[in-house]
Ligand binder design. Sequence first.
Ligand SMILES: *[C@@H]1O[C@H](CO)[C@@H](O)[C@H](O)[C@H]1NC(C)=O
Ligand SMILES: *[C@@H]1O[C@H](CO)[C@@H](O)[C@H](O)[C@H]1NC(C)=O
Ligand SMILES: *[C@@H]1O[C@H](CO)[C@@H](O)[C@H](O)[C@H]1NC(C)=O
Ligand SMILES: *[C@@H]1O[C@H](CO)[C@@H](O)[C@H](O)[C@H]1NC(C)=O
Ligand SMILES: *[C@@H]1O[C@H](CO)[C@@H](O)[C@H](O)[C@H]1NC(C)=O
Length: 519
Amino acid sequence: MKNLQTLNLLPILALTSLFVKISGTTSLHPVLTGPEMVYLGSRVAFRCIALNSSPPVTYDLIGDGGVLIATYTDYEGDQLAPFFMKASATLEGSYHCKATAGGRTGVSNTTKLSVVIPPSITIVTSEPSPPVVYEGSRIVLSCNVKKGTHLFYTWVFNRKELTSSTTPFFNFTGNKLVIGKVTPEHAGSYYCMAWSMVKDIRRFSSSTEVQVIVKVYASKPYISLSIFKEGASYRGNVTCWSTRGSPPVNFSLLVDDMEVGSVTVPESLAAWFSVSVVPELDMGMARCRVNTEVQELMSEPMSLELVPVGGDVKVEVQYLFSPYSLLAAARLRCHIGRGTFPYVSWFLNDTVLLPEPHLDVIIHPIQPYYILADRRRTLILIKLDPEVSGYYRCRVSNSYDVSGEWVESAAVPVQITDRILNSMPPATSPTETPTSLHISTTEVISIAFCCFVLLMLAVGAAIVYKMFDRKQDHTNITAANSSSDAFPLFTSMSQLGGQQIDASSTDCDDLNQTIEITV
Ligand SMILES: *[C@@H]1O[C@H](CO)[C@@H](O)[C@H](O)[C@H]1NC(C)=O
Ligand SMILES: *[C@@H]1O[C@H](CO)[C@@H](O)[C@H](O)[C@H]1NC(C)=O
Ligand SMILES: *[C@@H]1O[C@H](CO)[C@@H](O)[C@H](O)[C@H]1NC(C)=O
Ligand SMILES: *[C@@H]1O[C@H](CO)[C@@H](O)[C@H](O)[C@H]1NC(C)=O
Ligand SMILES: *[C@@H]1O[C@H](CO)[C@@H](O)[C@H](O)[C@H]1NC(C)=O
């Protein structure tokens, strides 16, 4: 019974195995080769072959949507079927080939072809346009091509290629260069290159350069007054300036809140106004105002009152000691009763101590035994030996009329003896100097430090001055007192610049106050 069944099944099995054999040989396996990317207009060659098929073999090249593109018949067998085309934009798509031989067929894998159009006519557009932005805002530059596909973009800033690793503040997305928070360093020329690459062949198209202008917010203006003599009367020269800002800006002078002058400065950040002043007459409160398209800022008020020097003038002497209680320096201060524009001269016995009239801090070049500070109101004797003993006095005149009237202090003796030099803090010394010589009861450890600081400030000021000299053409203004509030790098510089001026106007007193030790 079982055997019979097997017998019955045999023909079926045989048939099946025959079928399997036939279907195994009927399937052709054509292989299609061809490029993945070509430039527009170049020659494209696809090749199809189905090995071990008996000729004639017909090959069909079939495109997207089953469209028959070309047919080739191989009469000899194992011949490559070539298909040549010129790359047009419409040629981009997927391809496969179908082989037919003796009633058997086979289909190849699909390959994709990209037709690359090289870039041409590249321009940079900006948002905002034109590319003028205030610091802190955002700017987007786009690299646009009139024609071109499969493109890459390279940005060049001030002739240097930008890469995301070297320039983390730039953001590259597609054809865009995004700067989220613009700083003054981002100002400069930009251009882009669009490029494509097929195998090793690159095609470039560069844009022209675009200038990005970064505007800086103006800082609070400063005001100062200088007086000069004009015949028999006097005129005031009011200077208004800002340490930061992008010209053009408008400066105005207000006196008692009335605008008395206004000027547009195209390049610098300072303006001058001439005002009439009469000594001893209060001409009102002056303020400077700075206007830009986006800002209006006012200076602190300044009195236009011109008070000639007068009242009591006296010299106060203070001895400064080193940490080892050795006498290190003597500080003489000229106290002035009144006067808004005093000019101070110092005398030792009857010899004037030569200052450069226009400088505030002098280390005397030939006999470096003194320093003038605090707009010459303080004289510091830094090299104490018996030779600098004598009578010191200060004489004060008006800076706008130096040869005019003046007031003078009494002469104050400064007695440097070997005994004083080697003594402990001389609490007994005042007895030797009965007049106005006042010997300090405080021990000051900082004179060496103070002189060092002065020197450092002078060096710092020189550096700052140089830096600003390059940065702005208005150097004398930018080196002046400032507490700029914006871009951090410049803030620190201008603060340093401010200290430089402060050094000349505050002397060592402020420094000493923090480190003076009372005994
Ligand atoms: C066709 O594609 C398949 C699947 O992607 C792959 O395994 C096979 O190797 C390809 N054949 C040829 C001839 O490239
Ligand atoms: C760049 O842009 C992306 C997406 O907008 C953002 O996530 C990323 O923080 C940006 N990087 C910088 C450095 O701005
Ligand atoms: C005012 O002072 C400035 C700076 O010192 C100078 O350049 C300007 O000529 C002066 N103006 C007048 C009217 O003297
Ligand atoms: C500056 O002053 C000029 C002339 O007075 C005026 O036309 C201009 O609008 C002012 N500019 C600004 C930013 O205020
Ligand atoms: C100044 O005069 C006094 C007293 O006449 C004298 O002792 C002293 O040496 C003089 N000082 C100088 C530097 O000439």
